[in-house]
Design a protein around this ligand. Structure first.
Ligand code: GLN
Length: 518
């Protein structure tokens, strides 16, 4: 996968990231790029000549879902360990180095996910880092270092949380330095690149907006583009970008699928008309989406139906316009990796990737943001001059409320969900938290419990409240909302929304949870 705006030159510094199927692999490539070195993500099956390339300064082996002793566990050409370039393994990558070099790996007694306290030794790889918190996501760990390796970090449950073999320049970390939730994790990449690989780290990518606009022009030529606009950050930034590239040949479609939040369609359209100079057609498709979703309970089915129905609406609109050859989508990297790739496990089918139908009536799909993370998209949006309030809207999934009603979707349930969600949003805004918390919403759990209201027995629904903090959605923590805010939210939801008699707060991070419940 090529990185956005990557420019190669002779005798450059180059890091190869070998993909073993982890969720954070593109994030690793991004960290290396941010640290100032060109990097390429290659599959674990890459040939050694491809890895060596014109120049090779170091190799990073990513995490992955396998266990190293499993029958079909992913491997790479072991010649990477004798190319002379330093190798850093992360999580599965570390376990794989341990296995190849003669160490022992076993399923840990305590699986570690999320924030974990670590003790660090002094080592050039860990310069500037102190014992503290790192982000873990594993079931297995190295129980015995291979000969020639020494442990350089440990946690209570994981005696070898990092190891080093300085003579052979092979290193491993069990924790995920690439995620935003490992404080100063970027220093590990900088240390690996500077202290271990001895690099100058002087790579600077060209202006992102300019190179993306060029790329879109090159791809669509003089054809017309239909933009799928949800009102969210990604599709808005993608539309403004493509508008710069093709001008009036872009027409945006906003689909009301009946799964939007309270007042959302009106607010989004008003905002677009006032602030962005785009051609927008709004389509009322509420009935057809809800009809197709009737009786469907399985989360993946819901996502697939919505993905397909979106495409059918876009095809029809393209026809009405007398044809548009390209469909623009605001897909970003987390949508791609979570939908499953050749190596990465499928977590959920994002409507715009894994949820796409097999046949699509367009010549092709344009996705200028497909290699970017949310925070990069926001920075790009700011650089394009898009209003701050739009760029910092909280993320909202394409399938909308469909994946927040657990089980079958009905108008009644959607009504309850909308009201409770609106209360949560108003209370967070009143507390000044609307933009401090990454994402917050309510969930219609479908569970009924017994309560007592006004001395009478009730048997009504449980609403779940979810609020998380994050920088890129790859890892999140549940937000420590102030108790008084939670109390108000609970009192108001039960007091104002009929058929709700209990409110619970979701205290699960990602991993092991995901942000949405479905
Ligand atoms: N599957 C391995 C484990 O559970 C590695 C996990 C990872 O790389 N995130 O330990």
């Amino acid at each position: 996968m090529a990185l956005p705006c990557a420019r190669k030159s002779k005798r450059m510094e180059r890091i190869v990231v070998l993909d073993f199927g982890g969720q954070y692999n593109q994030l690793i490539a991004r960290r290396v790029r941010e640290a100032g070195v060109y990097s390429e993500l290659l599959p674990h099956t890459a040939l050694i000549d491809q890895i060596r390339g014109e120049a090779l300064s170091g190799v990073i082996l990513t995490g992955g879902p396998d266990s190293v002793y499993a029958e079909n566990a992913k491997t790479c050409d072991e010649a990477v360990f004798s190319l002379g370039a330093p190798v850093l393994g992360i999580c599965y990558g570390m376990q794989y180095i341990a296995k190849v070099m003669g160490g022992t790996i076993r399923a840990a007694d305590v699986r570690e996910y999320g924030r974990t306290a670590v003790r660090m030794e002094r080592h050039p790889l860990l310069d500037g880092l102190d014992s503290g918190i790192v982000w873990m996501n594993h079931n297995d760990s190295v129980s015995l270092c291979p000969p020639g390796f020494v442990p350089i970090a440990s946690t209570d449950a994981c005696p070898v949380a990092a190891f080093a073999n300085d003579a052979r320049r092979l290193y491993g970390i069990q924790f995920h330095a690439e995620v935003a939730h490992t404080p100063k994790g970027n220093l590990i990449f900088l240390n690996f690149l500077k202290n271990i690989c001895g690099l100058k780290c002087d790579y600077t990518p060209a202006g992102l907006a300019d190179s993306l606009i060029e790329e879109v022009r090159g791809k669509v030529g003089s054809a017309r583009v239909l933009g799928a606009l949800s009102g969210g950050v990604d599709s808005s930034v993608a539309s403004v970008l493509v508008h710069r590239a093709v001008g009036e040949r872009l027409t945006c479609i906003f689909v009301d699928h009946g799964l939007l939040r309270l007042n959302e369609a009106e607010e989004v359209l008003a905002f677009y008309r006032d602030k962005l100079n785009l051609n927008i057609i709004s389509v009322d498709a509420r009935r057809r989406f809800l009809d197709r979703l009737a009786g469907v309970t399985e989360p993946e089915r819901k996502r697939k139906i919505i993905g397909e129905e979106f495409i059918r609406v876009f095809e029809e609109e393209a026809k009405k316009l007398g044809g548009a050859e390209w469909l623009l989508q605001g897909t970003i990297y987390p949508d791609i990796i979570e939908s499953g790739t050749a190596t990465g496990a499928k977590i959920k089918s994002h409507h715009n990737v894994g949820g796409l139908p097999e046949t699509v009536g367009f010549k092709g799909i344009v996705e200028p943001l497909r290699m970017l993370f949310k925070d990069e998209v926001r920075a790009l949006g700011e650089s394009l001059g898009i209003a701050h309030g739009l760029v910092w809207r909280q993320p909202f999934p394409g399938p909308g409320l469909a994946i927040r009603v657990i089980g079958e979707i009905t108008e009644d349930k959607l009504g309850i969900l909308r009201k409770s969600d609106y209360i949560l949003r108003s209370e967070l805004a009143a507390a000044g938290l609307a933009q401090k918390v990454w994402q917050y919403f309510t969930v219609f759990t479908g569970i009924q419990t017994v309560g007592v209201m006004g001395d009478l027995r009730t048997y009504d629904y449980v609403i779940g409240v979810r609020a998380v903090t994050s920088t890129d959605a790859m890892t999140v923590e549940w937000a420590e909302l102030p108790y008084p805010v939670l109390r108000r939210v609970s009192e108001r939801i039960i007091g104002e929304v009929p058929h709700v008699n209990r409110v619970v707060y979701d205290i699960t991070s990602k991993p092991p949870g995901t942000i949405e419940w479905e």
